[in-house]
Design a protein around this ligand. Sequence first.
Ligand code: BTN
Length: 331
Amino acid sequence: MDQANLENLAEQLLGKIRTRPKNPYQPTYLSRSFKVSPENIIEAAALLGTWGYNIKIDSKKQIIFNEAPDKFLSIEIAYKLKTRLIGKEIIAYQSVQSTNIIAQVLAVSGAVEGTLIVSEHQKKGKGRFGRTWYSPPETGLYCSVILKPDIHPSKAPGISLVAALAVADAIKTYGDLDVKIKWPNDVLISGKKVCGILTELSGEFDRAHFVVVGVGANINQQLSDFPSSISKNAGSIRIALGKKIKRVEFLQRFLRNFEKDYLAFRSGGLKKMRKRILKYSPLPGHEIELRNGLNTIKGNVLDIDDDGRLVIESASGKIAFNSGEVTTRIE
Ligand code: BTN
């Protein structure tokens, strides 16, 4: 059996044996179901082992499925994923420079809307303002989603807020944590940044061709895992909850939320989500400093509007900002 057929068999075998964990399966029985030899079944089970699945082949050559790995494998992410657009195509890597860069290349060459690119590790994860995103393996989530909304480019920053909302809602399913969205696209728990979002647009001046939404989330890091340059402001879901969570399950919850809200955004903008976003937003009613390009603006935050802009009352009047970085919140 060639490698492609063996991989195919391994996926089908997994689909069957994972329905009854701990149950011993006879290779001869499985070989009849899949119309292959018992040796092929053993080979496929061994291959699943190399992918990280905890599968035992006992002394009687019986195959026992114990546990799936918490790894970003495309079959694992797709397993029971309840979305119809986002994650329709999943491309998973062990290590890349940046999932956003891969997503852009794939989008240019015609990848379908909703394609998800995920990697266990990034060598050069991109952050906002030319920063890097610390992306060690096994603890975090680094993924990018290709979207093709028919919108004016000025509306694209709203998608970052939709993604931030999906992350915040996914975190909330794990416990009653103090989750906030720091406009425009950071998610914090108890004041510590646990997720950053980098939305990159390609298009003409009046029409977006595609948007890449990159999400970096600190999931199972401990404080000692962060380099000193970020440890003061960084947090993780594990630190906040006091226990590890399953990263694949978190990604699935995020994708599900994101799809629901993105479809609403595509048809009606942020209108339907604005109230939910505001509930997570600590800024309205506070004095802040906002860095926007070379300018720093001081003012009182009035609102986040239907386009996701931060509305500030400053010395020169009321201004709505599409982007920027809130550097100080003056209590
Ligand atoms: C920020 O600066 O807060 C945004 C960080 C975004 C990081 C994510 S990780 C997955 C995706 N790929 C990248 O290279 N960057 C984004």
